[in-house]
Design a protein around this ligand. Structure first.
Ligand SMILES: [Zn+2]
Length: 477
């Protein structure tokens, strides 16, 4: 029997506001424990929360970017449960009236574009962090994270494969980064993902029993966890077993999932509207203002890069993935460089060097104008394409101008035919056996001679002139 997986994702995105969602404590990551706290975020009696306007704007901005409708009236609710990292014994979240409803995100599949519909987006506060140290008989709690603003983006069960799930996550992260509402850092937990997954025989309408997966903190882990879990459920069904509705944790070290709690033990959160916070009322003026600040989004930029610069889809896709990289690219194009040549240098040497040095485009030592100037040195024949690779590497290391590097290192291409001819003569004279073999028809030896000349000139000879001169010499001799 053929099975089909049904997957829905719940993504928590930490909003990049400077302060927490209901107080003015800093949201900075990595501070000394319990230094970013106040009576509000530590749940002191009598303290009152006040909504951070920026967190609300960010949620609306995200809603507009994913085609959701912005609720004219929404409110916060208390989600009641006890846990040591939750000092109020309830989390402020949104329940029956979220800030955004509906919307969709489009992802690329192998042969087409697929629309993944969204259920809702809501705002809530994060909890603190329990710290269990070694074998100590007690645990510690750090409240720096309590009250950090989160946005939960819930998809419909429209995803069918692990690959679609990671494509959706990537697309969502790209959008959030373009909007600058979340840094998208999965390792630091700024973007977290839970998945609801079930399987059913292909063609069946009803959903199977769903299992909730937690603890997937990279795109690769999202895929691996889902692959494992889908396989587990299918195997169980084929063996005649039944699937329990439960929450399972992904273990990255084994690539498997294991049961955390069954739904029978699930909490009843006793949601009710938070009386300390006024309802959120939005109006058209407010939404239009946010709409005006919207940047160009990844899909639009992708299309524009293809239409305007004639880039292949693969180039456009890679450049657009990172907003800052796309900006760097366009700055170079505006400075007068050839669009495809610039893209080639970015996708090849630049990405490799950045990766090797663990740098992002923001701390790239080469500025767009530097690349364009180097390209014009190639076009003018001052340096060869091969030498350019050395120059580029040096530019990356020293942040110097290409011309300065070429001058300092004596890398100017030799285009003086008498100088190249001298070297060609030397090489031909030094390899009589190879010359004889070449003349007898071993064509591939031509490359050997060209290589020897390039080696003797430290790669600086104009390759075209080397080829022409070699052809002339080798026929004569
Ligand atoms: Zn606080």
């Amino acid at each position: 029997m053929q099975y089909e997986a049904v997957i829905g994702l719940e993504v928590h995105a930490q909003l990049s506001t400077d302060t927490k969602i209901f107080c003015s404590c800093s949201t900075q990551f990595g501070a000394e424990p319990n230094t970013h706290t106040c009576p509000v975020c530590t749940g002191m009696p009598g303290s009152l929360p006040v909504l951070n306007a920026k967190a609300l704007q960010y949620a609306i901005k995200t809603g507009l970017a994913v085609n959701a409708s912005i609720a004219p009236y929404s409110r916060f609710a208390r989600k009641n449960y006890f846990y040591p990292d939750l000092p109020k014994n309830y989390q402020i979240s949104q329940y029956e009236l979220p800030i955004c409803e509906g919307g969709f995100i489009e992802i690329k599949t192998d042969d087409s574009v697929k629309r993944i519909n969204l259920t809702r987006i809501h705002l809530e506060e994060d909890a603190g962090k329990n710290i269990h140290e070694g074998s100590s008989p007690y645990s510690l709690v750090d409240f720096n994270r309590t009250g950090v603003p989160l946005m939960e983006i819930v998809s419909e069960p429209d995803i069918r494969t692990p690959r679609e799930a990671s494509a959706y996550m990537r697309k969502l992260r790209d959008i959030l980064r373009y909007l600058e509402v979340c840094d998208g850092n999965m390792e630091q937990g700024s973007l977290r993902c839970d998945a609801n997954v079930s399987v059913r025989p292909s063609g069946q309408k009803e959903f199977g029993v769903k299992v909730e997966l937690k603890n997937m903190n990279s795109f690769r882990f999202v895929e691996k966890a889902l692959e494992y879990e889908i396989g587990r459920q299918i195997k169980l069904l084929e063996e005649g077993g039944t699937i329990r509705q439960e929450t399972r944790l992904f273990d990255a070290s084994t690539g498997t999932t294991h049961s955390m709690r069954s739904k029978e033990q699930a909490h009843d959160y006793r949601y009710f509207p938070d009386p300390d916070l006024t309802p959120i009322i939005t109006n058209q003026e407010m939404i239009s203002e946010i709409q005006r600040q919207m940047p160009e989004l990844p899909d639009a930029k992708y299309k524009r890069f293809i239409d305007l610069y004639g880039l292949p889809a693969l180039d456009a896709e890679m450049l657009v993935e990172d907003k800052r990289l796309a900006e760097w690219y366009e700055e170079a194009v505006r400075a007068g460089g050839n669009p495809k040549a610039i893209s080639n240098w970015i996708m090849g040497d630049l990405m490799r060097l950045l990766k090797e040095d663990n740098k992002t485009i923001d701390d790239c030592p080469i500025k767009p104008l530097h690349l364009v100037k180097m390209l014009s040195l190639i076009e003018r024949g001052t340096i060869s394409g091969k030498i350019a690779k050395t120059v580029f590497q040096e530019m990356f290391k020293t942040a110097k101008d290409a011309e300065v590097i070429v001058r300092e290192k004596g890398l100017v291409q030799i285009s003086d035919s008498s100088e190249i001819e001298k070297t060609v003569d030397e090489i031909v004279a030094a390899n009589p056996k190879e010359v004889e073999r070449y003349i007898k028809g071993e064509d591939k030896l031509f490359g050997f001679f060209a290589g020897q000349v390039m080696k003797a000139t430290k790669g600086k000879a104009n390759p075209q002139m080397v080829n022409e001169l070699l052809k002339k010499k080798l026929i004569r001799s």
